[in-house]
Design a protein around this ligand. Structure first.
Ligand SMILES: [Zn+2]
Ligand SMILES: [Zn+2]
Length: 880
């Protein structure tokens, strides 16, 4: 007793993060092995915890802080649970901002980028994040990007990387091609006010569509991914089954179309149905056939027109012969572009123009008029449809407007009343007015008619995807050079100017150090003669290098595999190492990456698997997408002037309080409204814990871990709350990650300790109980406030490193409440709340409920039909 009293007055230390945090940071920085993963033979289960790597802009923002605080808490917790943890960090270091900065400040992109990395790494260390820097990956350095090139050559050899001329999205500000995903509402993703143009360019593509079905089907198995991300990916892949049917253009056969976007129109089926490529490509240059895509070939006898996109090759060919038509088609295209730019395409007012030409329905030989419609997109399906007004809402609307024939070819199976047109149902419906196909069900007809078309050479069953092949060419300097050359004179088997992949011995193709960046006139690499002019690796003759660089999404598609073997100089990574760590156990990042990075990296994983490099099909077992950090109701941004700098917060309140606040202020999957007052509150809370812990530090040091044989009332109450808190936190860490409620639980535990402080100091608690509470309090705070926990662990004489100390184990016996409250309902309405002994049997709860006075008053004179007891939760009496 006297011992405790002495301690109470002995220390009145104040929490001072400005002193504690740099002290521990220096110790941790001096010990690079501290956060290193162990070998595969550690005997521990592995846990790969990863936060998405940042772009090195030079400054961490609060979104980063939140993302890393979540990952760091999890990594530290898993260490405490005895796992072998891999927790790496790196830099997504290629990309346009470095070129912009170079232009603005006259600093070379490499220098600018490496300076930024150094600055951000310093911030990360200051935050006390537990990264294993020995596995750091920096994507703009040749020791990394050489493997992008290596993969590119492998993909080229497998036919997964190829060139084609295509319509590309071109941002006049970026002076480069954008992926479809980088075009938002017709505008550049980086330049909100810049309209994206369409240009014809020969580009490199990665054949992601080859994996479309696997990427889609795999989503069903990714149960550890948020449903919203899986839905976004499903929509992005956009699979639809249907048929391709060729309608011959009537009259003037064999007329050639001068030019057309037909390759891009056909890319959907080209890439999936290679067998038909030859036929299709042969037709690409002609305008005597229109291939329509339909999901309802069973309705083809009801087709009363063919509708083309304004950019369709056949429409263009007609336009070249008819100036008046050309003008009208131009107008349709303008309307379409306008609607797309406004992101309002679904609501476009449908307009069309009759070309005066006809196409022949191959199923019945009927001539139908060819129209051009503003609502038909060149990049969906084939850019041509058959219009069946009797059985399609959109076609019906169009036909009414322009007086086209509406025909009934589908009817309810039997007996049902003949419905109004358009009749769009497929189930329980059969074909009518369709000659030999009459009577077939819609589904059966879809299969049989597609097969018939295929057999007779005018069509096939097909699947289309919204997903297009991944255009990876960029006309930029600061990216991975594409490792291809063009042999000027050609050699055996290669025409002059043909493309040759560089052999592995010629890699890496290094980015030249000095390049003038103007952001005008195409690829900067094309202006560097020493880079451009080279030798053909096959014939030794003169050759030109490819001057495009790779989309930076290539860099982030496989970086997390490199972490497992970051220093490997002979391969991207060793298979054994990747197979040990993959799939990642937890990947954490923003939901904005749901369709870009997270589809590309799934694709890359499947390619690596097919190259025999890895075993897993998917990169991440579980994905967590954290919410945004907002201020005054809006996303933090310089233009809104609502940016809160992590450095300021750390200077004022310390890294621990800043991190902990970002975990406390909202559940991690929700948006977080930043309030400085909240950080101050966390800081005061840590101050309270610091005061309590230091006050009882000596007692804790001197008290063993054994519990006192006889517990006092105070012991009992505090230990119960302690173990309830441990149980709650352990549950929260198991996947829910509601760290906000975990931290709230620690706060209420601390409040109880403070409330019992006088009693403790009067000797009404046993030293062993106080020590147990103090020790576990520090351990529970370790994942959230690592500097703080390390300091206090040392002060209370904890052995070893706090976050390598075993996570507290719940004592169920101690955690159990003596009495619990159970609501009692009569016919579903709450009547009273009764108290029963914790852990009571069902029968005992039932008896207690029936004996309650209020309950008895309610059921008197009635018959109890049923008593439903949910032990520990609820009693419901059903009475009549
Ligand atoms: Zn742009
Ligand atoms: Zn050659």
């Amino acid at each position: 007793m006297s011992e405790i009293e002495t301690n109470a007055t002995e220390r009145q230390a104040r929490y001072n993060p400005a002193e504690i945090e740099p002290k521990w940071q220096a110790r941790w920085d001096a010990d690079p092995a501290l956060y290193a993963a162990e070998g595969h033979d550690s005997g521990k289960p592995k846990f790969y915890c990863l936060e998405m790597l940042p772009y090195p802009s030079g400054q961490l923002h609060m979104g980063h802080v939140r993302n890393y605080a979540i990952g760091d808490a999890l990594a530290r917790y898993m260490w405490m649970r005895g796992y072998n943890v891999l927790h790496p960090m790196g830099w997504d270091a290629f990309g346009l901002p470095a070129e912009n900065a170079a232009l603005k400040n006259n600093t070379p992109p490499r220098e600018w980028t490496l300076q930024n990395i150094a600055a951000m790494k310093k911030q990360m260390r200051r935050m006390g994040l537990s990264y294993d820097w020995s596995t750091e990956v920096t994507t703009c350095l040749p020791d990394y990007y050489r493997w992008n090139q290596w993969f590119f050559v492998k993909m080229f050899e497998k036919g997964l990387a190829y060139r084609k001329k295509s319509k590309v999205n071109w941002c006049p500000d970026c002076q480069t091609v954008l992926a479809n995903e980088q075009v938002i509402n017709g505008r550049c993703w980086r330049h909100e006010d810049t309209l994206v143009e369409l240009r014809d360019l020969t580009q490199w593509f990665l054949r992601i569509t080859k994996y479309a079905d696997e990427l889609l089907d795999g989503l069903d198995k990714l149960e550890g991914w948020p449903e919203k991300v899986r839905t976004m990916q499903r929509n992005w892949i956009g699979r639809s089954e249907g048929a391709l049917v060729d309608f011959a253009v009537d009259g003037d056969p064999g007329k050639k179309a001068t030019a057309g976007p037909s390759t891009s129109l056909r890319s959907a089926q080209d890439d999936t149905y290679n067998a038909r490529d030859d036929i299709r490509n042969a037709q690409d240059d002609t305008c005597d056939v229109i291939t329509v895509f339909t999901t309802r070939v069973d309705t083809i006898f009801g087709a009363t027109s063919v509708q083309l996109a304004p950019e369709h090759a056949v429409a263009k060919a007609f336009a070249t012969e008819d100036a008046a038509l050309a003008e009208k088609i131009e107008a349709l295209l303008a309307e379409q572009k306008k609607a797309r730019e406004a992101d309002d395409f679904g609501a476009i007012e449908k307009h069309g123009v009759n070309t005066g030409r006809f196409a022949v329905n191959p199923f019945n030989g009927e001539r139908v008029p060819i129209w051009v419609g503003n609502y038909i997109l060149a990049d969906y399906g084939t850019g041509a449809i058959m219009s069946v007004p009797g059985h399609d809402e959109r076609d019906f609307e169009f036909a009414l407007k322009y007086g086209l024939e509406v025909r009934r070819v589908i009817a309810p199976e039997s007996g049902a009343e003949v419905p109004e047109l358009p009749f769009t149902a497929e189930g329980d419906a059969v074909l009518i007015n369709s000659r030999e196909w009459d009577g077939l069900s819609c589904v059966e007809a879809q299969q049989k008619m597609a097969a018939f078309a295929e057999k007779n050479g005018f069509g096939s069953a097909t699947v289309t995807y919204r997903l297009k092949d991944w255009g990876v060419s960029r006309q930029r300097y600061w990216g991975t050079p594409i490792p291809m050359v063009y042999c000027e004179n050609g050699h055996a088997g290669l025409e002059p100017g043909g493309v040759v992949a560089l052999p592995e011995s010629a890699l890496p193709v290094l980015l030249p150090a000095q390049v003038e960046i103007t952001q005008e006139g195409g690829s900067p690499l094309g202006r560097v003669a020493e880079f451009l002019n080279t030798m053909c690796p096959v014939c030794g003759g003169p050759a030109r290098r490819e001057t495009d660089t790779m989309d930076t999404f290539v860099d982030s598609s496989w970086y997390f595999y490199r972490y497992t073997d970051a220093k490997n100089e002979t391969a991207p990574f060793e298979s054994d190492k990747a197979n040990y760590w993959f799939p990642m156990d937890q990947y954490i990042g923003g939901v904005e990456h749901a369709i870009l990075h997270l589809i590309y990296s799934r694709f890359w994983t499947k390619v690596m698997r097919d190259l025999g490099m890895i075993k897993s099909d998917e990169p991440a077992e579980r994905l967590f997408t954290q919410g945004m950090v907002i201020k005054d109701g809006a996303k933090m941004s310089k233009s809104k002037g609502n940016v809160v700098s992590p450095d300021d917060m750390i200077a004022r309140y310390g890294a621990d309080a800043t991190r902990m606040y970002s975990l406390f202020a909202a559940p991690p999957d929700r948006d977080l409204e930043w309030q400085e007052e909240g950080v101050a509150g966390i800081s005061r809370f840590l101050g309270r814990v610091y005061r309590l812990t230091t006050k009882y530090a000596e007692l804790t040091r001197e008290s063993g871990v054994a519990r006192a044989a006889n517990r006092t009332e105070i012991d009992q109450a505090l230990l119960r709350r302690l173990h309830q808190t441990i149980a709650k936190m352990t549950l929260d860490f198991s996947g829910r990650w509601h760290f906000n409620t975990s931290i709230a639980a620690i706060m209420s535990l601390v409040n109880e300790i403070v409330a019992a402080e006088v009693a403790i100091d009067e000797g009404k608690a046993s030293p062993a109980a106080v020590a147990e509470i103090v020790r576990n309090l520090v351990l529970m705070l370790a994942p959230f406030a690592p500097f703080f926990a390390a300091e206090l662990w040392e002060q209370i004489g904890g052995e070893g490193i706090v976050f390598r100390t075993a996570w507290p184990v719940v004592d169920e016996e101690l955690a159990r409440e003596d009495e619990i409250e159970i609501p009692v309902q009569v016919n579903g309405k709450l009547v009273n709340v009764i108290k029963v002994a914790a852990g009571s049997e069902e029968e005992a709860i039932k008896v207690a409920a029936l004996a309650d006075e209020k309950v008895m008053a309610r059921i008197v004179g009635k018959t109890v039909v049923k008593v439903i007891v949910v032990p520990g939760k609820l009693v419901n009496l059903v009475v009549k």
